[in-house]
Design a protein around this ligand. Sequence first.
Ligand code: KG4
Ligand code: ZN
Length: 348
Amino acid sequence: MTSKVTNNNAALSSPLILAIESSCDDTSAAILQGNRVLANVVANQAVHEQYGGVVPELASREHQKNIVPVVQHALKTAGVGKEELDAIAFTEGPGLMGSLLVGGSFAKTLSLALGIPLIGVDHMKAHILAHFIDEGKPMPEFPFLCLTVSGGHTQIVLIEAPLKMTVVGKTIDDAAGEAFDKAAKILNLGYPGGPVIDRLAKTGDASKFSYAIPKTDGFDFSFSGIKTSFLYQLQAEMRQNEKFIDENLNDICASYQHHIISYLLSKMEDALIHYDVKDIALAGGVSANSELRSRFDGLAEKYGIRSHVPKFEYCTDNAAMISIVGYFKFLENAFDGLSITPKARLHF
Ligand code: KG4
Ligand code: ZN
């Protein structure tokens, strides 16, 4: 079954799109006109902090509570009436099934009620295409390579056109964000751990401790060995000195962060040489990391190519990035029928 398509010339050049993101623990709604964001509202779920990670059941319930007020807030901020919308985009996957279902069901219902097209969006592609939101700064030129680093994924992606992407490297176990979050949990720093480690690392000595360097093929990654070597080193030090963490916290964070970033960048360097690209981009929650952002720019400078790091607001999960994929799919008339179902695993 296909939704009714209400294209007119004005809408075709700069459609008004409502996007919904609910793949994990943030409920977000955005309004996009053409490739310009009019509103991007994100409701974070503090409920998970006490558990040291996202509790899926609680996440779905929070989405259910937040979705209507978040969408209303986005429409109000954008000054747009729902009857003016040309399409609704939503996160199809990957993500937590219960969370995806809330956003997906809401989007389907509204698309049916308003008689406008529905567009399912791949969350990982959205992280990458966030670089094409008009912010008045240069956008990546095709083909380019993107290092996508989030709480669930670590990928190197070759992008040849907005809707033509190939994963050329990926983690074979944990994601980079997970490596940050798990270390933070061991250090008792709360969830999510990435931002805390980033902050503490700023005043630490990154050369103080060293960890295992994984051996992975091609442009693939592995983080489980780094995490295990981190844990074993801490346990050994704690046996000698039970105050080891307190006395060395900033140095531990700085060394661990530096190690993860050096590993990410070494693979990215191999890939940019291999594919001979002139543009490299960073995407996903971990791209908010201050050391990664500055060293990524340094990598591009070394090769005389252009680097693109996302605006902070578009690093972690948000609906603006879903809306820009909605825009590219709208231009191609790539709409979905109402039988589309969310997918916890979605590969491209
Ligand atoms: O993309 P995202 O918001 O959600 C997923 O799709 O997974 O990424 C969340 C991840 C978490 O693992 C979080 O710890 C990490 O991004 N993160 C960071 C920073 N800010 C968020 N990691 C390192 N440094 C940061 N500043
Ligand atoms: Zn994400």
